[in-house]
Design a protein around this ligand. Structure first.
Ligand SMILES: [Zn+2]
Length: 248
């Protein structure tokens, strides 16, 4: 007994399509990847900057700063990578389950599936004759792909890979985290915090601008929010670090 039995007739109307899987969105998808990379780098910059500036508030020891910066870089990038791996794997599992169901329906009720496809093409604006013709030709060519792309918004040949998503987040976060890490360990002692704060704020202007442009938003507010967020992160951890350093 299945709760879904009563819905079989109306799935064509009720299936939400996934806007991110539009086959004509090759450029858009690439820009989304790029934007995800910029945001990942931004995370790496802010979280590592907060960490090393906080530790610098408490101690002058360079090896401690280096160790905490490296630990922050690795902890952050590994956590981003495993989070991304889990999330993309789950998405992939549900896409594979949807494809398996579609394959089963095609095998068991091909005529109903054909009518469903005709209905979907009519919904897209094709005339009944053209919709039928398109459905006939695509069903003859590759019925599963026709249903997957039109009905589920999934391209069965291009399911997202959990490993590439994980590696991409690892790299993006690490690249961002390297900036505050180098800025806190390379300059002479009294220049460490000012050099880190200034270079991090400049980098946040750049990532704020880039992510806004890639998301087609106005850059002004994005830059402001990004810079304020980073400044707060460093200000708060530096204050806490200084207080703890005094307790010692
Ligand atoms: Zn179908």
């Amino acid at each position: 007994m299945s709760a879904d039995d009563g819905r079989d007739g109306s799935t064509a109307e009720e299936q939400p399509s996934h806007p991110t899987h539009d086959p004509h969105e090759g450029l858009g998808a690439r820009l989304n990847w790029l934007r995800a990379g910029v945001l990942g780098a931004n995370d790496g910059i802010v979280s590592t900057a907060g960490l090393v500036v906080g530790v610098a508030g408490a101690t002058d020891t360079q090896s401690t700063l280096l160790a905490s910066g490296i630990a922050g870089l690795l902890a952050g990038s590994l956590s981003m990578a495993s989070g991304e791996y889990v999330s993309v794997s789950t998405q992939r599992d549900s896409e594979m389950a949807a494809l398996a169901l579609e394959r089963k329906e095609l095998a068991e009720t091909p005529e109903a599936e054909f009518q469903e496809l005709v209905g979907l093409y009519r919904d897209k604006g094709l005339t009944p004759i053209t919709a039928r013709r398109v459905a006939e030709e695509l069903t003859a060519h590759d019925a599963l792909t026709a249903h997957a792309t039109t009905e589920l918004g999934i391209d069965p040949e291009a399911l997202a890979s959990p490993w590439s998503a994980a590696i991409a987040s690892f790299v993006a976060f690490s690249v961002g985290a390297l900036l505050p890490l180098l800025a806190i360990v390379l300059p002479p002692e009294h220049w460490r915090v000012p050099v880190t704060v200034v270079s991090v704020l400049i980098a946040l202007i750049l990532t704020g601008w880039l992510s806004a442009r890639l998301g087609r938003a106005a850059p002004g507010r994005a830059i402001l929010r990004n810079v304020i967020g980073g400044a707060l992160a460093m200000g708060i951890t530096y204050l806490v670090g200084t207080l703890i350093g005094k307790v010692d």
